[in-house]
Design a protein around this ligand. Structure first.
Ligand code: GLA
Length: 390
């Protein structure tokens, strides 16, 4: 890694980061568990150029209001969209990377509040642009961790590592199995056997989701309380990623019922991710789809992070021709469902699902038929500068 500050590039540099959808393993990423996201073809484009005055300037055609900061400004977050790139800037500064004055512009098309990682996409695109502008390089894992810290410490949103890591390190045509304890990862091909004849259809319930809002933090605290009890009972456990159903049952009476349910979801979802990995290698969409449906039931009943609209979308999807499986994806309490659908049915599936939702809730859902795309590194013009630490 090089942290020295070089002269600013003379012309504008553009970095692009995708969005992500998570196929399985939900809320497992802050207790050492497994997640299986893929990057999807929405993008944030960060364009950075030198600025004549000794300031940082942030503007966007996606968000309201530009903002200018003195280079030595260290004021806290202001609940403005610029908190995200400024949080990233602060983390770079904390590592000794002090970009020269710049003008940063953000564009793109990631839907906001849909649980598709619009924040991580903004953070990672901004981080890569600032790094390239300084001539500094960090590994993919370091970029992801830096962006997560920006969100945790500056924006005060208690997210895990999945989104930033997926957006940074994903590979086209693959899902990314992340072992969140040590950030090792596996790129799992999505084109084995009959899986090659399927597509991922994302359905946006249009009910807004936000990690920064209270429910995510409440679930996280309930889960961590359960994990603490388990660790006390079984000192060899590093985190919930190691825990077994039998250990949870043995400790059940020692923890609040909510914590028991949250832990049960995590332990069973970690198991489902491993089974999904087998299903992917076997090219078996039927097995994969069953795991998605079981994952949804667990989110709904044990983690209790679903809502009626999303349950309706999942149940309706599961009954439609060509659908192998469906579930809530992302943080929950709104947002999107992810559906595994036979390619030949994906367009009619999307239309039927939207129609049913409109009839039931009078809400116009959006659907996105997605293939897995590359993470920010591979799509970035500065990709050759950067190494992928996997
Ligand atoms: C949000 C967070 C992630 C993860 C998911 C739930 O997307 O940003 O870190 O916890 O929710 O799996």
């Amino acid at each position: 890694m090089s942290v020295e500050t070089l002269l600013p590039a003379a012309t504008s540099i553009e970095c692009v980061a995708p969005a992500r959808v998570n196929l399985l393993g939900e809320h497992t990423d802050y207790t050492g568990g497994l997640v299986l996201p893929m990057a999807i073809p929405f993008f944030t484009r960060a364009s950075i150029a030198p600025r004549g005055t000794d300031e940082y300037h942030f503007r966007s055609d996606l968000f309201k209001g530009p903002r200018t900061l003195a280079r030595d400004d260290r004021s806290p977050a202001t609940k403005h969209w610029t908190d995200y790139p400024i949080g990233v800037l602060r983390q770079l500064q904390a590592r000794g990377i002090e970009p020269p004055a710049f003008d940063l512009h953000l564009g793109g098309n990631v839907p906001f509040g849909a649980g598709l990682s619009s924040s991580a996409s903004v953070e990672v695109a901004s981080a890569l642009a600032m790094l390239a502008f300084c001539g500094a390089t960090l590994s993919a894992a370091e970029v992801a961790l830096l962006c997560q810290r920006a969100e945790n410490q500056f924006v005060h949103s208690p997210c895990g590592i999945m989104d930033q890591f997926a957006v940074t390190a994903a590979r086209a045509g693959h899902a990314l199995l992340i072992h969140t304890r040590d950030l090792s990862c596996e790129h799992l091909p999505m084109n084995q056997g009959a899986l090659a004849e399927t597509q991922i259809v994302v359905c946006n319930s249009m009910v807004r989701h936000s990690v920064a809002s209270g429910e995510y933090g409440v679930r996280r605290r309930e889960l961590e309380a359960g994990q603490a009890v388990l660790r006390q009972q079984f000192p060899q456990l590093r985190d919930l990623g190691d825990a077994t159903p039998a250990q949870l049952e043995a400790a059940r009476a020692l923890m609040p019922h909510e914590s028991y349910l949250r832990c049960r979801h995590i332990i069973s979802d970690n198991g489902r991710v491993l089974q999904a990995r087998d299903a992917m290698f076997a090219g078996d969409p039927v097995a994969f789809g069953r795991l998605m449906l079981a994952g949804h039931a667990s989110e709904r009943d044990d983690f209790q992070c679903s809502i009626d609209e999303v349950d309706f979308l999942v149940e309706t999807a599961a009954a439609l021709p060509g659908c192998f499986g469906a579930r809530l994806t992302g943080g929950g309490f709104g947002g999107c469902t992810v559906n595994l659908v036979a390619r030949e049915h994906s367009a009619s599936f999307a239309a039927a699902l939207k129609h049913a939702y409109q009839q039931r809730y009078s809400i116009a859902a959006e659907t996105y038929i997605c293939d897995a795309v590359d993470g920010a590194y591979a799509r970035s013009p500065v990709a050759t500068n950067l190494e992928l630490a996997t």
